[in-house]
Design a protein around this ligand. Structure first.
Ligand code: MG
Length: 438
């Protein structure tokens, strides 16, 4: 059975993510590895799931190092000393969710092949069984946060900017404010007491959840604001005027400074990124940070990311690292002398997004694939990709039609550099409607 989604195993606690299920995950991971480091974000369900996971790991003879409550990228960095890292987190999902993410020693998430092996083992229940004397050792890892901080400081210059950090009561609370202070910044903290009920705001760092941060940056006259999701693999920013900085602008900003030859971003990325990084090339991947990291390794790219707030810098790790991204953004702004003029250089092209309900997304997408070229023949089509859904590129814009990963819907995204966005959207919507009918 398929248990992994695009970002690990995730679901509602005691409905999808039960102790007996997590016990089996532990047995499967332990069957394939001899030593594992385990960490968790502040969600209130972590003690129950941690104990189930560790019982499963030890039953196979796997040794367990416990790193405690910490961000996902910190755990992924700690995994370099073990066979595998296991993070109990549901990332940016609401408090009732939890989940499991698995990490390789080089900081990459388990890829589809590795996920398949875990899923097969969970289903077959052919787990390794240790004898009474071989259930493995257990130790506490006390220095994971400090080692991650030192690793980042080794790649970052100092700064005296003033920064408001909104950890959303998530795992970043134990690291980002301290790291930025060590860099020399003046740091104001918001929601930086870990609390698995996420009382201050929804953990997802999207604009509507960051009103408090936007106001605080303005009121305090800070140079920027930083926001994390629940497990701090993601980072978003607010400028010195309290305006939310879009993910595409951050992608363009990081891409321009990092990518000498090439970078990776998902198929729904703005053309502004492609324009900003020239002469470097933008390589497209499927939507999901695991796919971005896979493509980066395959093509040897210097940088990759997703507009939702995942930024991957191979000099640190192949795990999206919201903490290093915060430090690096501070560094870039220090070099440039603040946000002034920096974001205005990056264009914003009109974008339209929408979705249509569909009972048979697979059948509909098959029809879209078959008919899209004929349907857009009146436009100046320069390419088509079926990497993730169907993306059709024209000289003045693009259309992406893809099934939702979580709902029975087909999503449509349109961006137009020189074409009329409404016209493109209507064309795409009419094609999807036609395909839903047939
Ligand atoms: Mg996350």
């Amino acid at each position: 059975m398929k248990y992994f989604g695009s970002s690990g195993i995730r679901g509602i606690v005691n409905r999808d993510i039960t102790p007996d299920f997590v016990l089996r995950v532990g047995q499967a991971v332990g069957t394939l590895n001899s030593s594992v480091v385990v960490g968790w974000d502040p969600r209130v369900s972590h003690p129950m799931l941690y104990n189930a996971l560790v019982a499963g790991l030890h039953s196979t003879g796997c040794s367990v190092a416990t790193a405690g409550m910490l961000p996902t990228p910190t755990l992924a960095y700690a995994a370099r000393k073990f066979d595998c890292g296991v993070m109990l987190t549901a990332s940016h999902n609401p408090a009732e969710y939890n989940g499991v993410k698995l990490w390789n020693p080089d900081g990459t998430a388990y890829d589809t092949l590795q996920q398949g092996k875990i899923e097969e083992l969970i289903d077959s229940a052919e787990f390794r069984r240790a004898t009474w004397r071989d259930t493995g050792w257990r130790v506490d890892v006390l220095d994971a946060v400090q080692e991650h901080v030192e690793h980042i400081l080794g790649h970052t210059s100092s700064s005296s900017l003033s920064v408001v950090v909104d950890c959303g009561c998530g795992a970043a609370s134990v690291i980002t404010p301290y790291l930025l202070r060590e860099m020399g910044c003046r740091v104001f903290t918001l929601n930086s007491q870990p609390d698995g009920h996420f009382p201050a705001r929804n953990p997802e760092p999207v604009e509507e959840n960051l009103e408090q941060l936007k106001r605080s940056v303005k009121t305090l006259g800070a140079d920027l604001g930083i926001a994390h999701d629940g497990d701090a693999d993601r980072m978003m920013a607010v400028d010195n005027l309290g305006r939310f900085v879009s993910g595409d602008k951050l992608l363009a900003l990081f891409g321009r400074s990092e990518a000498k030859k090439s970078m990776v971003a998902p198929v729904d990325t703005s053309l502004a990124v492609e324009d900003a990084i020239k002469p470097a090339v933008l390589i497209y991947s499927r939507v999901g940070d695991v796919y971005v990291a896979e493509a980066m390794k395959r093509h040897g790219c210097e940088f990759g990311g997703e507009a939702s707030g995942s930024w991957i810098f191979p000099r640190i790790s192949y795990c999206p690292d919201g903490i290093y991204a915060a430090a690096h953004l501070v560094e870039l702004l220090t070099e440039h002398g603040g946000f002034d003029g920096l974001l205005e250089e990056i264009p914003t092209y009109p974008t339209l997004r929408g979705s249509l309900r569909c009972g048979n997304p697979a059948g509909c997408m098959e029809c879209v694939r078959r008919r899209v070229e004929e349907w857009f023949s009146g436009f100046d089509v320069v390419g088509m990709s079926t990497l993730d859904g169907v993306r059709i590129s024209m000289s003045g814009g693009w259309v992406l039609i893809r099934p939702s990963g979580t709902e029975p819907k087909i999503r449509i995204t349109v961006e137009a550099r020189s074409l009329e966005p409404g016209e493109l959207y209507q064309r795409a919507e009419a094609l999807v409607r036609e395909c839903i009918r047939t």
